[in-house]
Design a protein around this ligand. Structure first.
Ligand SMILES: CC(C)(COP(=O)(O)OP(=O)(O)OC[C@H]1O[C@@H](n2cnc3c(N)ncnc32)[C@H](O)[C@@H]1OP(=O)(O)O)[C@@H](O)C(=O)NCCC(=O)NCCS
Length: 190
């Protein structure tokens, strides 16, 4: 059966190296590293997945991610440290729109590694992948307005603030206002 170009890319995500990081496909062996941070309610507060309550939740998360790869659907990279190989977060595509050549990225990182520029470094690499490998024209990202650190990451990676979508999402029982950012292929990259 004919596979669309995007499906082929998502079925075989490449490994991307940056100064401090290696982005690569998730695998079941990441379960312990994932559970170590996904059990932290501060990490899951502003994302749409629930705090992992047991290692089984982390294995379930990884099984779902691997199933997405197999189907050639948009998915996430593991963020790993170049030095130790430790898996400390995820970053990837929530959806891709073929007609409009647009996509949305999302990410999360272990609290042990916050405020060292790691997600900015990862997001720059994924934006480059989106434009250069997926040939996208527009890459969006959203954050809850009470999660300003994520907006700083988007701005540092060259995304531009486009406004607030009021009560766009229901997260963990409450409606949340969401800030929208995007970068276009024609925008300067940072
Ligand atoms: C949001 C998150 C991805 C940031 O990752 P990170 O690697 O710490 O980000 P960076 O170090 O590249 O940049 C963080 C920026 O936010 C700023 N920041 C941190 N805490 C902040 C706060 N409470 N208010 C405002 N800015 C804050 C930092 O100062 C830095 O900006 P600066 O360089 O302009 O000073 C990370 O905290 C995380 O994974 N949080 C949990 C999951 C999540 O919220 N994901 C995003 C969902 S949209």
């Amino acid at each position: 059966m004919h596979m669309h170009f995007f499906e082929g890319v998502f079925a075989h995500l490449p490994t991307i190296e940056t100064d401090r990081l290696v982005l690569r496909p998730l695998r079941m062996r990441d379960a312990d590293d994932l559970y170590a941070y996904a059990r932290d309610p501060e990490v899951s507060r502003h994302v749409l997945w629930d705090t992992h309550k047991s290692p089984a939740d982390s294995r379930q998360f990884l099984r779902a991610a691997i199933r997405q790869y197999r189907r050639g659907l948009p998915g996430s990279f593991a963020i790993t440290l170049r030095d130790s190989g430790r898996m400390i977060g995820t970053i990837g595509f929530m959806w891709v729109n073929l007609d409009h050549k647009s996509a949305e990225v999302g990410y999360s990182l272990s609290r042990d590694y916050w405020n060292r520029g790691i997600m900015t470094e990862a997001l720059r690499a994924v934006i480059a992948f989106g434009f250069d490998t997926l040939h996208l024209n527009r890459i969006e990202a959203q954050h809850e307005i009470d999660n300003p650190a994520s907006g700083r990451v988007m701005a540092h990676a060259g995304m531009r603030y486009e406004g607030v979508m009021r009560q766009r999402l229901m997260n963990k029982g409450r409606y949340v206002d969401v800030a929208q950012y995007a970068i276009l292929r024609s925008d300067p990259r940072t």
